[in-house]
Write a protein that binds this ligand. Structure first.
Ligand code: GAP
Length: 448
């Protein structure tokens, strides 16, 4: 990382706003606590993160299928899953400033009135910890009455368990197999913070992998290692990543083992994704509560069993933030410093920028032709004819565009363009007819 601690975080936050990655939600109304909107570049970044996850976890495999389940399910689901009773954080209030904090995270919190002190270490006295349920409540129907209470899902996983039988019967698939889902989840976090790291509304990418119980340990190691490698394969620096196995007292109510992929954020190591053994807890609970048979019948052994579940669960917003932070560099050049986001080309919001060298002599028209070729080949493309070419390069470096393609006099004479590569700043002359293959190969061979 080029900068440390909070200065890097505030640099990233202001870059995100200035260049259109992330905006504060409801900004013109003064905002709403730790809720964000994604701008044009942020949307593309998140789409690419989701696509990179989906293509690796689902499309590339014959044993994983997808699902898109409802956010509001029957409220009994959350009683049975243990979320109504157990999805809580311990909370304390400061009697003086009325600040509200997580009792188990006081060491990371700051007194709102004296930020150099922790809550309780200032003049304020803290209340005894109380349990606070993280689920957002809503109600179904026009009348707000207790019988109509429903919840916004706090994890996408339950929708997968509820559809276990539907998928098993319709997709002609058998354990070991997985069901994957990307979608919004909601948690009424007491102390959200650190930009999009912890918010009240966020996207999760989760996969429940159903296995014969005796294969549990093998598949746990497999998915833990596969998910850990995915981040460095997409350009995150290995020295900023670590795997941390949970101690028994950290495990969620449904899990017997869990490892977190952690990243070294400017504010310290933080969880990026968890890989958990959920055993047969959820399927058994839903089966008992509804009387539905959620067993798998193995036609070979003629045995029925409840599969065990390995669950990789990550947050898309946290992944996007991690790619941004890790990509950020201030590179010292001979005469000045350039800001560059060294995204993997699969993750970069824009893949190619197309520039006419000057705004005359037929160059803009030729540049638009090249732009059309690239868009048709499905490269995310941006056209820019304003300012000196050097400034245009820098503007693209700052948002992580891996290739800038310039149309100049030679293009008009002999149909060749100049491709300038973001990381090395090297320039290569490429015939327009070969541009697509050139870019495909450069993307495939990219390394940090
Ligand atoms: N189904 C298991 C589950 O939900 P989790 O560890 O609570 O596990 C999985 O959540 C991932 O979702 C986390 O690793 C994190 O990346 C993301 N996540 C959780 N709470 C979040 C929040 N408040 N804001 C942003 N991302 C969050």
């Amino acid at each position: 990382m080029a900068k440390t601690d909070n200065s890097l975080m505030s640099t990233i936050v202001s870059l995100c706003k200035r260049r259109g990655f992330v905006f504060q939600a409801s900004e013109i109304y003064g905002g709403i606590g730790n809720t964000y909107d994604y701008g044009p570049l942020g949307v593309e970044l998140k789409r690419n993160v989701k696509e990179a996850w989906w293509s690796r976890v689902v499309t590339a495999r014959a044993d994983v299928v997808g699902l898109d389940s409802a956010i509001i399910q029957n409220p009994k689901v959350w009683e049975v899953s243990g979320h109504v009773g157990g999805f809580t954080d311990p909370m304390v209030d400061c009697k003086k400033c009325k600040g509200r904090f997580r009792a188990d995270k006081l060491e990371d919190a700051k007194c709102p009135e004296k930020p150099s002190k922790r809550p309780g270490e200032c003049a304020g006295e803290l209340t005894e910890p109380r349990s606070f349920n993280l689920m957002f409540k809503t109600h179904i129907g026009p009348v707000e009455e207790s019988g109509a209470t429903a919840y916004l899902r706090p994890e996408t996983a339950q929708g997968i368990f509820l559809n276990f039988k539907n998928v098993l019967e319709s997709a002609r698939i058998k354990p070991p197999f997985g069901i994957a889902q990307i979608g919004k989840s909601f948690r009424n976090e007491i102390t959200p913070g650190n930009f999009v790291f912890r918010t009240r509304e966020f996207e999760q990418a989760e996969m429940e992998f159903f296995v014969p119980p005796e294969e549990n340990d093998k598949w746990y190691s497999y998915w833990r290692d596969a998910r850990f490698s995915w981040y460095s394969e997409l350009g995150i620096r290995p020295e900023n990543l670590r795997l941390r196995e949970h101690d028994a007292d950290e495990l969620a109510h449904y899990s017997t083992a869990c490892a977190d992929v952690e990243y070294l954020y400017p504010f310290g190591w933080g969880e990026l994704e968890g890989i958990a053994c959920r055993t047969d807890f959820d399927l058994k609970r839903h089966s008992e509560a509804t009387g539905t048979d959620l067993l798998y019948f193995d036609p070979q052994t003629k045995e029925k069993y409840t599969p065990y579940v390995i669950e990789p669960a990550g947050g898309i917003d946290r992944m996007a933030l991690t790619f941004l932070i890790d990509a950020y560099e201030e590179e010292q050049l001979e005469k000045d410093t350039r800001v560059v986001l060294r995204f993997h080309p699969e993750i970069a919001p824009i893949t190619c920028a197309v520039f006419p060298l000057v705004k005359k002599d037929g160059m803009p028209e030729k540049a638009h032709e090249v732009e059309t070729i690239l868009r048709r080949a499905r490269f995310s493309t941006f056209y820019d004819e304003k300012a000196a070419i050097g400034r245009r390069y820098r503007r693209q470096d700052e948002i992580g565009t891996p290739f800038c393609i310039t149309i100049d006099g030679e293009t008009l004479n002999s149909d060749v363009v100049t491709v300038r590569e973001r990381d090395s700043m090297e320039q290569t002359t490429v015939p327009i007819a070969e541009l697509r293959t050139f870019l495909d190969e450069a993307i495939l061979n990219w390394s940090r």
